[in-house]
Design a protein around this ligand. Structure first.
Ligand SMILES: Cc1cc2nc3c(=O)[nH]c(=O)nc-3n(C[C@H](O)[C@H](O)[C@H](O)COP(=O)(O)OP(=O)(O)OC[C@H]3O[C@@H](n4cnc5c(N)ncnc54)[C@H](O)[C@@H]3O)c2cc1C
Length: 554
């Protein structure tokens, strides 16, 4: 008989206790008593993510949401069923307070870190159920800051509930076929009935998680001017009291590259009853708090997908043998994996810097220049971590050889799901322009300088001190570039490089800061290795731009 070889699959350890970097970060930034209080919960969620949810995810691979538009007797029903994992994820999300934690604020400004540590553990095992959760969090915050007491009272307790049977999720219906980046040209209209009820008419082109109970959306009240300022923000409940859809038709579910468990629909609004949240104008501004939150979720879920891909690749490398050794002892494979680990740490630290700032903001504890940092970091963290995630997950797939390309390993879905992260919640270009042109760039850069200075304040290790200086120099280079290229077309053309370079400068400083702490408090030198390696990657992408010359190529 021929010898038979069966490869051991990669295995996941408890996603909390097995994640040394996450745990070290939490030890560094959280008060010890708080960490002790939340560790059992994180351990339980880390176990669920590695065992029950991950197993269900693999078993559930071929289940996708189904839209049934008509019942047997010809009635339009537009009913959507979601996958078994999604149903379980909804329960876990409510019970673990994935939204509630941020609103209960048990740990003051650290509550957002607590919440997002859970999101980080939950996300990779739940088939992007974090999409509706992100929008739910965003809707709760947007309603809270809107000051609309009736809507706050009706929706926020449901959006933040820990009781699965009571918890709601929310959609965010902005994108129309005219454009998701330029929502100012949206065509949806809002008209008032004689009794004053607002009704919405139009088509929403990408509406994720259409199973949500409510949505925040934009429409133009009749008679309002064109452009973003003429749009208003509306609150819509998707179903009426009898359980039927509220003047909404689900035309079809999108057939997507990834996020295939997320029911993303094209909707027709045909007289959907809606409530005006605030002003009859300036809806794009009113919905802004939603975007701050969803972009934070995007950053954290980018880091989480990276962590999952690296955890699986490292586990596999310990099992798989080639040329007489495990992959984990082959120097070039180790180099490859080390690079992925470093990018993952850098993305994690930037994402959690944003999380920490959001938490401080909500607690009213931002220091002097931190509002400008929060403003600038929101687009930068989203765009940079999403790009890092696609690169890291793609390389991690290769680390499995052919197995990484085979569907029932579950690995291809990881890459496909990651690929959405640079697209939704603002594409890389659109967010680069938001960071660079929308205002606040100069105070934002000053705030990045002071944040880097804070990271460098207590550096003892000479190599780290040099890297900290390098981080500051990168920001100087950005300022120099802007001075030399300040005209509008060049600033647009260079916006991506400016945003990415600022983001990587901050990532370097955060790696350096963490590394010094890790040596001092934990005698762990891996942080130095990470910072040194990160600094050796291309950090600045600034270069001379000539928009006219570029046009010759397109
Ligand atoms: C799986 C999935 C789910 C989604 N769910 C939702 C949802 O629930 N709700 C919702 O509202 N939307 C949703 N979207 C839509 C998403 O937010 C948009 O696709 C995205 O904002 C881009 O808009 P667009 O598709 O119209 O592309 P466009 O706006 O047409 O952009 C096309 C390209 O042009 C570039 N571009 C645009 N403007 C500029 C500029 N000024 N300078 C340089 N480059 C530019 C963009 O970067 C992009 O590469 C979802 C999308 C996906 C893929």
């Amino acid at each position: 008989m021929n010898p038979v070889f069966i490869q051991a699959p990669p295995r996941l350890a408890n996603q909390f206790t097995g994640d040394a970097f996450l745990r070290a970060y939490l030890r560094r930034v959280l008060p010890r008593s708080m960490l002790q209080a939340i560790e059992p919960e994180l351990t339980e969620l880390g176990s669920l993510a590695a065992d029950e949810l991950y197993e269900l995810q693999l078993a559930d691979r071929l289940n996708e949401p189904q839209l049934v538009q008509w019942d047997a007797w010809g009635k339009r029903i537009d009913r959507i069923t979601v996958s078994p994992l999604w149903k379980r994820a909804a329960e876990v999300a409510a019970q673990f307070g994935l939204i509630g934690t941020a609103y209960e604020r048990e740990h003051g400004r650290h509550s957002r870190i607590h919440q997002f540590a859970k999101v980080f553990l939950f996300h990779p095992s739940t088939d992007v159920y974090t999409c509706p959760l992100a929008m739910t969090d965003g809707a709760a915050r947007t309603l809270n800051v809107s000051g609309n007491a009736a809507l706050i009272e009706r929706a926020v307790p449901r959006l933040t509930s820990r009781e699965p049977s009571k918890a709601w999720t929310s959609g965010q219906w902005m994108t129309e076929s005219t454009g998701g980046s330029d929502v100012g040209i949206s065509l949806s209209q809002a008209r008032r009935d004689d009794d004053g009820t607002w009704r919405l008419y139009g088509k929403k082109w990408f509406t994720s998680a259409i199973t949500s109970e409510m949505a925040l959306t934009l429409a133009r009240p009749e008679g309002n001017p064109a452009g973003g300022a003429g749009l208003a923000m509306f609150y819509v409940e998707t179903h009426d009291a009898a359980g039927g859809l509220n003047g909404i038709r689900v035309e079809r579910l999108k057939d997507k590259l990834g996020t295939r468990k997320v029911p993303t629909a094209e909707l027709t609004l045909d007289g959907a009853r809606a409530t005006l949240v605030g002003d009859t104008r300036n809806g794009t501004r009113a919905i802004d708090p939603m975007l701050v939150v969803t972009r934070t979720w995007n950053s954290v879920t980018s880091a989480a997908f990276m962590r999952r891909a690296v955890a699986l690749a490292i586990s596999y490398a310990r099992e798989r043998r080639a040329f007489g050794a495990t992959l984990s002892s082959l120097p070039l494979h180790v180099e490859t994996l080390a690079e992925l680990e470093v990018q993952t740490r850098a993305a994690f630290l930037l994402a959690f810097e944003l999380v920490a700032l959001l938490g401080k903001h909500e607690a009213g504890e931002l220091d002097q220049d931190e509002p400008a940092l929060l403003r600038l970091l929101t687009p930068i963290s989203k765009l940079l971590t999403a790009k890092q995630a696609v690169a890291v997950v793609s390389e991690a797939i290769e680390a499995f050889g052919g197995a990484g390309y085979v569907e029932d390993t579950g690995l291809p879905a990881l890459l496909r799901d990651t690929q959405v992260l640079p697209i939704w919640e603002g594409t890389t270009n659109v967010l680069s322009l938001d960071a660079v042109l929308r205002g606040g760039l100069a105070p934002g850069i000053a705030a990045v300088h002071s944040r880097i200075a804070r990271s460098c304040a207590s550096l003892q290790e000479p190599r780290l001190a040099a890297l900290g200086r390098r981080a500051g120099e990168l920001v100087d280079e950005v300022e120099g570039w802007i001075k030399a290229n300040g005209d509008a077309p060049r600033m647009q053309a260079g916006a991506r490089a400016i945003a990415m370079t600022l983001g990587r400068a901050l990532q370097l400083a955060l790696l350096v800061e963490h590394a010094q702490w890790a040596i001092d408090d934990e005698q762990d030198a891996s942080g130095i290795a990470a910072a040194v390696r990160f600094a050796a990657t291309p950090l600045s992408t600034l270069r001379a731009v000539d928009p006219e010359e570029s046009r010759l190529l397109v």
